[in-house]
Design a protein around this ligand. Structure first.
Ligand SMILES: [Zn+2]
Length: 178
């Protein structure tokens, strides 16, 4: 069975995991120093700001953006399709349906592109306004680090949410599409 490996990157002092890399992937963009949201010590990430990127690194970021767009589009599309299937047809109904696969995939792909552009925008802002200030993002709700983990959480929540809602619908006597 193929193994999906990932690296958890944690604060050296309190072990709070602040970043994760699936299969070692990292676009390399982000704040070079962040304040640990738990113990407040400074963490040196291996990320760099856009202005410090070489031409090679910018091309690499573009490559990652294309890859993320396709991967997130497909995974998000299928997760949405599963959630939709559970809600409309019920868990019991077998078969493959592609009711929302295309629009959902496009929506997810568009979101991935928007996030990647937003990250560059944030990086440029940080660089011009407070280049030497360590980044103090929220514990979870920021778009700057640990995005792979967050996207995985959202996708799992989408599928589980679809299953849960379908169960609720059964319990409350709701009917499904025949
Ligand atoms: Zn810490």
């Amino acid at each position: 069975m193929p193994m999906v490996t990932y690296d958890m990157i944690s604060c050296a002092k309190c072990s709070f995991p602040f970043d994760c890399r699936i299969l070692g992937f990292s676009s390399g963009l982000g704040p070079p120093v962040i304040v640990c949201p738990v113990c407040k010590s400074l963490i040196h990430t291996d990320r760099q700001e856009w202005d410090d990127f070489s031409e090679n690194q910018r091309q690499k970021y573009l490559g990652y953006t294309i890859f993320y767009t396709v991967a997130v589009g497909l995974m998000g599309g299928f997760a949405s399709e599963i959630a939709h299937h559970c809600w409309v047809y019920g868990i019991e109904k077998n078969g493959i349906f592609f009711d929302v696969l295309l629009p959902a995939s496009l929506l997810w792909a568009g979101t991935a592109i928007a996030i990647q552009i937003y990250r560059v925008h944030c990086s440029l802002q940080r660089y011009s306004h407070h280049r030497y200030r360590p980044y103090t993002g929220g514990l979870f709700f920021n778009c700057q680090v640990d995005l792979q983990f967050k996207v995985c959480i959202v996708l799992v929540a989408l599928v589980l949410g679809g299953l849960g809602l379908s169960k609720l619908k059964i319990m409350s006597g709701g009917s499904f599409h025949p």
